[in-house]
Design a binder for this molecule. Structure first.
Ligand SMILES: Cc1cc2nc3c(=O)[nH]c(=O)nc-3n(C[C@H](O)[C@H](O)[C@H](O)COP(=O)(O)OP(=O)(O)OC[C@H]3O[C@@H](n4cnc5c(N)ncnc54)[C@H](O)[C@@H]3O)c2cc1C
Ligand code: FES
Length: 286
């Protein structure tokens, strides 16, 4: 993505950050900490960043990642990433002091799902590295709760993975003090099965749907199952999509999804600028 395209977006910061730490934290899962104070100062939960290696043109395009954590005081930004292909493999080679290019924060973020009066039960459902956009969200929610305790939701964080080796950052989430539930497909940690199998205990039949909001991020089959489950139970459900992207700035249309308009017809939305957070009832899941 050319520098000119990015610099035309006044709300988007672009520059070079310095790797502070980059280490494996679970099977095929790494966490990178980057010093980028001007970027960190603009972050809000659910927004994302494009990362690109400074050296070389392979891969040519940046890669999108949720912002796991950002500290405005220290200028530290953290990204949790799964190693799936060329870009993420090359990311693992970065050592402290190495530079990389960032642009963002991009997208709408979880703010789009925020109700004026918080729901009684805020249920955050993550699969795999879909845990990444929730850490900062919980920190923001806990800060807001200090200022307005009467309007604070009960937060339950449900995290699913194939097996225990794939679970990352669990202790960090527990340290925040929210209710953490784990589900693994092979039963090696937490409930055996999918995240949806863990939900009936959290959301019993007699819960008032108006008191519940689900926020979800993870693989498409998980999001599809949660969208259907929420529709059947009458729960409001928002999903953060991880559609493949090229520019991240609304220019290339590589990230479009089908979106239901108010009159029930279908339109396109670009995940990078209209999302990545969408009302699940507006997306096409079949
Ligand atoms: C808004 C957003 C936030 C994201 N946040 C995170 C995050 O926090 N942590 C994280 O690990 N990943 C995240 N992703 C996905 C991440 O961008 C891709 O995994 C990454 O771009 C892969 O780059 P690569 O060069 O390693 O893989 P490539 O060489 O480009 O592809 C390797 C394989 O992965 C598949 N693939 C590539 N991108 C995606 C994708 N987006 N969805 C499904 N399959 C894909 C390809 O089809 C191919 O089979 C996010 C994506 C978006 C759009
Ligand atoms: S990634 Fe280019 S328009 Fe969304």
């Amino acid at each position: 993505m050319s520098h000119d395209c990015i610099s035309q977006r006044k709300d988007v910061w672009t520059g070079v950050g310095t790797t502070l730490e980059n280490r494996q934290i679970a099977d095929s899962t790494w966490k990178i900490s980057i010093e980028a104070p001007e970027f960190a100062a603009r972050v809000a939960s659910g927004k994302f960043v494009m990362l690109r290696l400074v050296a070389g043109d392979d891969p040519l395009l940046g890669r999108p990642f949720a912002i796991y954590d950002a500290d405005k005081t220290s200028g530290r930004v953290e990204v949790v990433y799964a190693v799936v292909g060329k870009g993420t493999k090359r990311l693992t080679a970065l050592r402290p002091g190495d530079q990389l290019r960032l642009w963002g924060p991009l997208g709408n973020g979880w703010g789009v799902a925020q109700r004026e009066k918080a729901p009684k039960n805020l249920v955050l459902v993550a699969g795999g590295v879909g845990n990444a956009p929730f850490y900062l969200l919980i920190k923001e929610q806990l800060e807001a709760a200090k200022k307005d305790p009467a309007n604070a939701p009960k937060i339950t964080y449900v995290f699913g993975a194939r097996s225990a080796e794939r679970l990352s950052c669990v202790e960090e989430f527990r340290a925040l003090g929210v209710d953490v539930r784990i589900a693994t497909e092979d039963g090696s940690a937490g409930t055996k099965g999918f995240v949806t199998d863990a939900l009936p205990e959290i959301l019993p039949e007699d819960v008032d749907p108006a008191d519940v909001q689900l926020l979800c991020c993870g693989p498409s089959p998980m999001l599809r199952a949660l969208a259907k489950y929420s529709a059947a139970r009458g729960f409001e459900c928002w999903t953060s999509l991880e559609s493949p992207m090229a520019c991240g700035l609304g220019i290339c249309f590589s990230c479009v999804v089908d979106w239901k308009t108010d009159d029930g017809t279908w339109d396109y939305k670009r995940t990078c600028i209209d999302g990545p957070v969408f009302d699940a009832s507006r997306l096409r899941w079949d």
